[in-house]
Design a protein around this ligand. Sequence first.
Ligand SMILES: Nc1ncnc2c1ncn2[C@@H]1O[C@H](COP(=O)(O)OP(=O)(O)O)[C@@H](O)[C@H]1O
Ligand SMILES: [Mg+2]
Length: 326
Amino acid sequence: MDKLLEVKNLQVELLTPYGRVYGVRGASFDISEGETVGLVGESGCGKTLTAKSVLGLHRPDRTEISGSILYRLKSGERIDLLKLSQRELRKIRGSEISMVLQDSSMSLCPIIPIGKQMADVITVHTGADRKEALGIAEKLLEDVGLTEPAMRLKCLPGELSGGQLQRICIAMAISSHPRLLIADEPTTALDSITQAQILALIKRLSAERKMAVLLVTHNFSVVKRLCDAVCVMYSGRIVERGPAHEVMNAPRHIYTSDLLKSIPDGTKRRLSAVPGSLPDVYKKIEGCPYRERCSLGCEECARAAEKEVGPGHLTVCIAAGGDKVG
Ligand SMILES: Nc1ncnc2c1ncn2[C@@H]1O[C@H](COP(=O)(O)OP(=O)(O)O)[C@@H](O)[C@H]1O
Ligand SMILES: [Mg+2]
């Protein structure tokens, strides 16, 4: 499969009044055409910062970004998204790459009907007039599984449930037929039944539209349901990445294995919590960032670099050797 997105050694540092935050410390991963890739890791590990970097959504005056994010346009040309101006990025947003933000329903204006908000977005991306845009919006709401779409268009956001609003945000994100959809924790705020419905919706849309998806989540069960490949992030680094079934069935990083032990899958009698917490974001870290918290952490881990342990399966764990860990 052709690579659509290649993130190489991405570093995102935030300049705050309290000092420099090392938010992303050299993350590398790829997404192929039509592939669904999960970016998984506990809260605060840098998932959202990574996702936002793809679309240049950081404040330029308070952020230093390095590395490269290569993207292959519809025309076949490859560009580095980190080198584009805001004006050039605006052309990419929507038409090539769309994002459903964490808490995306909060981005809807509470006093404007859904139909008008959707039509505004559709008009910008397609050039359709108002009437045509409303027609497209109605069809999109039907596509994302909302009943009585014409009536929903007249509603204000406060008149709809969390699940319905999330469907609307997904509808807006796909309205411009992006080739890559970035969904940041799209189901975290929803109950488990609605969660399953939204995941099924993303799966269906990505298959129907041959759209690649970067699915950001802190939840391995979401990865299990949806993803072809997974990147496990810890303290700003991708510590393990590879085909989803392989990473989940034969993890090659102690963090992945610890994380998997902490999720309910119906077979474990006892779940184990990962002891300790993420390292200080104000400090630089070399090598494997999990070493202080890891049961096998040693001095050598400070020099650990990413290595391949199987086809497309990489880890920074020096304990990974030839066998699965944990
Ligand atoms: N605007 C900001 N100012 C200061 N620190 C931030 C800012 N945005 C994110 N961070 C910090 O960067 C780290 C990574 O954040 P984030 O990417 O949002 O994590 P995740 O999405 O994995 O929960 C966290 O420690 C967070 O507190
Ligand atoms: Mg986040």
